[in-house]
Design a binder for this molecule. Structure first.
Ligand SMILES: Nc1ncnc2c1ncn2[C@@H]1O[C@H](COP(=O)(O)OP(=O)(O)OP(=O)(O)O)[C@@H](O)[C@H]1O
Length: 274
């Protein structure tokens, strides 16, 4: 279990995360959603100990995050950042093996080989095993970074917008893999998602962030509701039901959007001419 207790974070004088408390249950897939700049990445990075907290505390399995030994933490928790770069000239296989470092310290044993083999297969990367990262497309590279995190084989898997750059097929495939890790292996996944329909379809729980605060924290059907999503994203969405699950239609009708813009423009003109 991850317990976040009255955590806050400032950048300069600007509060980014404001007195946030949250409990993330073990063995569940929790999606973090919310508008740009709401604080999702900052929050995830604080749990992954990539960003220090300014106040409050975070407990991983009852132990204060700041007290965890670095290597023990890397065996318990893996994080995939939003922006990933690798300057070294390495292959797809070598990046996957990199995920095993906390366990193997550079030695590639039988378990490591097996995990690499499975990851390559699951991620559809078998034919690229010995390809250099520089020679991959954006989506292939992203799949390899996800594979590296999965090879780390941790109880907690934190992913910041992992579906970036992925086409529909691989987006669904990655979400199915994560769901399997939760259902079959009892892993705990915390994932930042921009496509809230992926959150609706796959998450046990959705936490909505707005202005550095927890706006909502509930099961998917309670979060994917028109009043909630309209206020969270400042939009006018439509909610549809499919297989007892709520989904969000967020593409605005162009005519309606245009009329809204004309109205806004007229209001500005009026204000300027007053
Ligand atoms: N290193 C930093 N220094 C100063 N401000 C920062 C820094 N990192 C993030 N911020 C600010 O903190 C706020 C929250 O950013 P964060 O990346 O956590 O939001 P987010 O919800 O993940 O956004 P997005 O959906 O756009 O990725 C933003 O206003 C951002 O400009």
């Amino acid at each position: 279990m991850i317990q976040v207790e009255h955590v806050h974070k400032n950048y300069g004088n600007t509060p980014i995360i404001k007195d946030l408390s949250l409990t993330i249950e073990k063995g569940k897939l929790t999606a973090l959603i919310g508008p740009n700049g709401a604080g999702k990445t900052t929050f995830l990075n604080m749990i992954g100990r990539l960003t220090p907290v300014d106040g409050g505390k975070i407990l991983i399995d009852g132990k204060d995050l700041s007290h965890w030994n670095r290597n023990d933490l890397a065996k318990r928790l893996a994080i995939l950042k939003q922006k990933n770069t690798m300057t070294a000239q390495i292959t797809v296989r070598e990046l996957l093996a990199f995920g095993r470092f906390p366990h193997m310290k550079g030695k590639i044993g039988p378990k490591c080989k097996q995990l690499i083999k499975h990851s390559l297969k699951y991620l559809g990367m078998e034919e690229y095993e010995y390809t250099y990262l520089n020679d991959l497309s954006g989506g292939q590279l992203q799949r390899d970074f996800i594979g590296m995190v999965l090879c780390q084989d941790t109880d907690y898997i934190l992913l910041d917008e992992p579906l970036n750059n992925l086409d529909m097929k691989y987006g669904v495939q990655i979400m199915n893999i994560l769901r399997d890790l939760v259902d079959e292996m009892g892993r705990t996944v915390i994932i930042v998602l921009h496509d809230i329909n992926f959150a609706a379809a796959y998450a046990d729980r959705i936490v909505g962030f707005k202005d550095g605060e927890k706006f909502i924290d509930d099961v998917s059907t309670q979060v994917i509701q028109k009043p909630v999503i309209d206020e969270l994203f400042d939009m006018d969405v439509e909610i549809i039901k499919h297989n007892q699950q709520n989904y969000c239609l967020y593409y605005q009708d162009r005519k309606q959007f245009f009329n809204h813009k004309v109205h806004e423009l007229n209001e500005v003109k009026k204000a300027v001419n007053q």
